[in-house]
Design a protein around this ligand. Structure first.
Ligand SMILES: Nc1nc2c(ncn2[C@@H]2O[C@H](COP(=O)(O)OP(=O)(O)OP(=O)(O)O)[C@@H](O)[C@H]2O)c(=O)[nH]1
Ligand SMILES: [Mg+2]
Length: 344
């Protein structure tokens, strides 16, 4: 699955209906007076952040969103009907940008957030509205206001739930590739990953987003390697997954290097829930596994899980543990497919 993260939409709010010029005409009633009603207001175009979406794919198929015009006023003091509003349903985390693709108009970060993108035109006044003591038979009415036409961009920033941490070559990209549909570059040299990758990972009917970032090295906070700016991408994560290469000779130091960099980065990153995993256990025998695990447990002072991204050993357990650290309202639930397949 490819992440559609940028879409262009064309929106137009409805124009208001015109006011009406009309006079009361009835048998035996002289000077019936003006009775032209007002026009109805045009519909507005709104955006709303809704649950259960995680791509902008719907906007690939429908790009035009035009709200209805208001109906004109009519005689007998009848007001025209208002045009109906239109709502663009976008996933949480969508940014709405102006036509220049740079100005961010609004960032839809909260569930249920609603913004008006284009207001419908007001309806015009009918001549009933213009009657006064000195002008008892006005022959004027207002036209309705025009609608607003805009071209906008929607940009979805997937907010990752899990951030991957580790030295270069710890197997971060391999883990992402093994568990999601993302296809990051994987190779046995450091700094294979130059840009963060996102993938949607599914476990037990729930889904969450994992971010794979470039490896950190000692001194990253001072700009060594690729620096630690990438940690910004995992700042909003619920939990961090720290991978330690089990085939390394220096497991305890490897672990400590990352923790030192995390603390140097500042913010609350070092206080985030963290899952520590000994990776690449397929390359170790029983004895080596136990030894490496003990060393890592001692260094981290907490529980350590074992996994192999290549052999997919222990991967599901790690995913379940991560899932347990993510709030239920952050998790995306897979749509239940209980619709019967169509049959002739
Ligand atoms: N034996 C073994 N090798 C692994 C495992 N996971 C990754 N590797 C190997 O380790 C090397 C580095 O893997 P990557 O996934 O690119 O590592 P990375 O952490 O993304 O590295 P950077 O992007 O450079 O930070 C590759 O040659 C992988 O084949 C594993 O579970 N077992
Ligand atoms: Mg990588």
């Amino acid at each position: 699955m490819k992440f559609l993260d940028l879409c262009k939409v064309y929106i137009r709010s409805g124009a208001g209906g015109g006011g009406c010029v009309s006079f009361r005409r009835e048998k035996y009633i002289e000077y019936g007076g003006p009775d032209g009603g007002d026009g109805g207001g045009g519909g507005s175009v709104w955006a709303e952040a809704v649950d259960g979406l995680n791509t902008l794919i719907d906007f690939r198929y429908q790009q035009h969103f035009f709200a209805k015009n208001g109906q004109p006023g009519m005689g007998k003091q009848r007001t025209g009907k208002d045009g109906e509003d239109i709502v663009l349903r976008v996933p949480v985390g969508t940014e709405i940008l102006d036509e220049d693709q740079e100005t961010v108009l609004v960032d839809m970060t909260e569930l249920g957030q609603r913004v008006e993108l284009a207001r419908g035109g007001n309806g015009g006044w009918g001549n009933l509205h213009f009657k006064s003591a000195t002008n008892q038979a006005p022959r004027r009415s207002n036209p309705g206001q025009d609608g607003v036409e805009r071209t906008l961009w929607l940009r979805l920033k997937l907010i990752a739930d899990v951030g991957l941490l580790g030295l270069p070559n710890a197997g971060k990209s391999t883990f992402l590739a093994a568990t999601s549909n993302a296809r990051p570059k994987i190779a046995d040299y450091p700094f294979t990953t130059l840009h963060p990758n996102l993938g949607v990972v599914g476990v037990d009917n729930t889904e969450f987003v994992v971010a794979d970032i470039p490896g950190l090295i000692e001194g990253a906070s001072e700009g060594r390697g690729l620096g630690d700016l990438f940690l910004g991408h995992v700042e909003r994560c619920a939990v961090l997954l720290h991978l330690v290469d089990g085939t390394s000779e220096t497991i305890a130091e490897d672990y400590q290097t990352i923790i030192t960099e995390l603390e140097a980065y500042g913010g609350d990153l070092a206080d985030k829930p963290r899952v520590t995993v000994l990776n690449k256990i397929d390359a170790l025998d029983e004895e080596e596994r136990a030894e490496a695990c003990k060393e890592l447990e001692k260094a981290s002072g907490g529980a350590v899980m074992q996994m192999s991204g290549v052999a997919r050993e222990g991967v599901t357990e790690v995913l379940r543990t991560l899932r347990g650290q993510i709030n239920d309202d952050r998790l995306r639930h897979k749509p239940v497919e209980d619709v019967e397949p169509w049959q002739p």
